[in-house]
Write a protein that binds this ligand. Structure first.
Ligand code: FDP
Length: 281
């Protein structure tokens, strides 16, 4: 797996360079979910495919930007599912964005995820790498190389509240949950990019990031294999929890299609028990 991690570091350097120097604006194509793609989405996807393609340990790759699975090596052990550039709606306004990678062995579900990596392209480039069974590791890019900063551990509760989804479409019990956190002094931290928003909650010791099911999107917006399950591993290994709207761990989630979405809640133990309470009523 180290070879895959090394390639992801190379990818991060190239995508960072692309974001800083590439062309902004939309392309003329859309992805499998119907979102119009940015030129940066397409080029980031091309960078990842070109760099992962030659690794014999990779059986297949699946991009959030493409409908189909790309089979690479029948003797390969791992399938890498990735979101090349998460945060398409904010990158052209110079907010932080990210890339997310889930490394799956044997199947395409939460239980088969054995490692995840995400990169944040912000004022600095940072990476969090999580291997199942170990604490997440936080790295910072210095002169093109990633340097380990620390292992990440969540406190039992935090102070940040990052509530996603269109508020007018929230269910009443979800609205009540979000309001109760603010009433208890939680501060709003929501940029509209799940990578920097989750990164902040994770590195600041806790809080809640939620992207619920809503009246217009009962299954939420965020994609299980590319976005939700990789982050679930980081939060759970850091000592927090990551659940769906039924209170089940997101590492138990089994998508029926690679592009399935799910409501999701990531946080420290205290905030997640408040979610479970709000959703059980
Ligand atoms: P985007 O559409 O900009 O790619 O992955 C989808 C995502 O961004 C997440 O990064 C982000 O958290 C969410 O959508 C934002 O959605 P809302 O605008 O509905 O809050």
């Amino acid at each position: 797996m180290n070879k895959i991690f090394d390639k992801i570091e190379e990818i991060a350097v190239e995508i960072d360079n692309l974001i800083k120097n590439g062309e902004s604006g939309y392309s003329t194509s859309s992805n499998s979910t119907g979102d119009v793609q940015l030129k940066l989405d397409i080029q980031s996807d091309e960078i990842i495919e070109a760099l992962l393609k030659d690794l014999p340990q990779i059986k297949a790759i699946i991009s959030e930007e493409k409908e189909d699975i790309l089979e690479l090596n029948s003797s390969g052990k791992y399938t890498v599912c990735y979101d090349p550039l998460d945060g398409s709606s904010i990158v052209d306004y110079n907010l932080s964005v990210g890339s997310i990678f889930g490394i799956y062995e044997s199947g395409l579900d939460g239980q088969s995820l054995i490692a995840s990596v995400y990169i944040v392209y912000g004022p600095r480039v940072e990476m969090v790498k999580t291997i199942k069974g170990s604490k997440p590791e936080h790295y910072r890019m210095v002169n093109g190389k990633f340097e380990l900063q620390k292992e990440v551990t969540l406190d039992s509760s935090g102070k940040l509240n990052a509530p996603g989804g269109t508020q007018k479409n929230w269910y009443p019990h979800h609205k009540a949950l979000v309001e109760s956190l603010f009433a208890d002094g939680y501060r709003l931290r929501y940029s509209g990019g799940m990578v920097p928003d989750l990164h902040q909650v994770l590195l600041k010791g806790g809080g809640l990031f939620s992207y619920p099911g809503t009246t217009d999107k009962p299954k939420g917006k965020l994609r299980a294999l590319f976005e939700v399950i990789p982050f679930a591993l980081a939060f759970i290994e850091a000592g927090g929890e990551a659940i769906d709207d039924r209170g089940n761990s997101l590492l138990e989630f089994k998508p029926s299609h690679p592009h399935d979405t799910t409501p999701c809640f990531f946080g420290s133990k205290d905030e997640i028990s408040r979610v479970k309470e709000a959703y059980s009523e």
